[in-house]
Every structure is written in structure tokens, then in C-alpha cells.
Write a protein of this length. Structure first.
Length: 177
């Protein structure tokens, strides 16, 4: 199944249904302010990309990726609900792993005990070749001062050379902490 990763270079080119998908797929503590995404796109941020995912010219979802030193980090990824369980998500993660090359693809997931959906999501990523770093305590820093940090778990396609150094870089570069 061929999925096209259509990079957005101008925020005016973001389809409205992608904006809506972003805002409805992630609870407020787990999502960056949309205005920050727009600013990063319009400024040409060299390490951040929003891709609209397409299959047969139809928008099926989106993924945001950060090219960090030694790691490709997936900040957000969602497929439209009515298009899930059709193989699109697997194809996207496989392509993202390929984009990472010899580096690991890393992402955060909610803890499995959070909900059945979180446990299902972890199983999905595991089927795509990702490994849960269950023994590495991790918290997503708040995107804004008025939001809480969120207990999460890291998942990787390949072992991180130094998980602690990666988290420090992630929190500094992605979360401005």
C-alpha cells in the first residue's frame, strides 16, 4: 500500500480536516498549540515537518516528525477514525521507520493502564516493529505552563544510544524545557 507523505511548507495549505483531526485526536495536555505548528511551518523550521498523509489522492491523516540528531521523533500521528484498521497506519509507521534510516524512530504513547485504547495503540506500534521502553520512566513535559506533565512511555524502532541524553534533547528542542 503506497502512502504519500505530503510535506506542508505553507500553513495556508493545511486542509481543514487535518486541523480538525489534530484537535480532536489529542487531549489538550498532549498537544502543541496549533498556532505553534503554523508558526513552525511558516518559518521553515528545518527540523519539524507536518505531513498530510494521502492514499489514492485522499487525505487519510497526518504525522508530525522532528529530525533530531541520531533520532527521528514522531510527535503526533493520526488516521481518520473511519479509515482505521485498513492498513494505512501500519504503512505510515513502516515508511516513518524507513525515513529514519539507520537511526531509531521514537514516539510517546499513553501508558497501557490509562485506557483500552492506549493498550491497543501500544499493540499496534509493537506489530509495526516498535519496542516499548517499559522500564524507562518517562513524563511528557507540559506544552504550556498551565498544563500538567503527562506520564507516558517511549517506544522506539531501534534502541536509543543513550535514552537519558535523548530525553534531555527531546525536552529541550521539542518541548522548550
Amino acid at each position: 500500500m503506497q502512502i504519500i507523505f505530503n510535506p506542508i511548507h505553507n500553513a495556508c495549505d493545511i486542509p481543514m480536516n487535518i486541523t480538525d483531526l489534530y484537535l480532536t485526536s489529542f487531549c489538550e495536555p498532549e498537544r502543541r498549540d496549533w498556532d505553534d505548528i503554523v508558526r513552525r511551518i511558516d518559518s521553515g523550521d528545518p527540523i519539524f515537518r507536518l505531513y498530510v498523509l494521502q492514499h489514492n489522492s485522499e487525505n487519510i491523516g497526518f504525522i508530525t516528525l522532528w529530525r533530531l540528531p541520531g533520532t527521528l521523533y514522531c510527535e503526533h500521528f493520526a488516521i481518520f477514525r473511519d479509515l482505521r484498521d485498513k492498513g494505512y497506519g501500519t504503512a505510515v509507521i513502516e515508511e516513518a521507520i524507513a525515513m529514519a534510516g539507520h537511526n531509531p524512530l521514537a514516539l510517546e504513547v499513553e501508558l497501557p493502564e490509562t485506557s483500552d485504547e492506549a493498550a491497543h495503540r501500544i499493540r499496534f506500534y509493537e506489530k509495526c516493529g516498535m519496542t516499548a521502553m517499559q522500564d524507562f520512566p518517562y513524563w511528557q513535559p507540559p506544552y504550556r505552563k498551565d498544563l500538567p506533565e503527562v506520564p507516558m512511555m517511549l517506544m522506539v524502532s531501534k534502541p536509543l544510544a543513550d535514552p537519558t541524553a535523548f530525553v534531555m534533547m527531546l525536552h529541550t528542542v521539542v518541548y522548550n524545557q
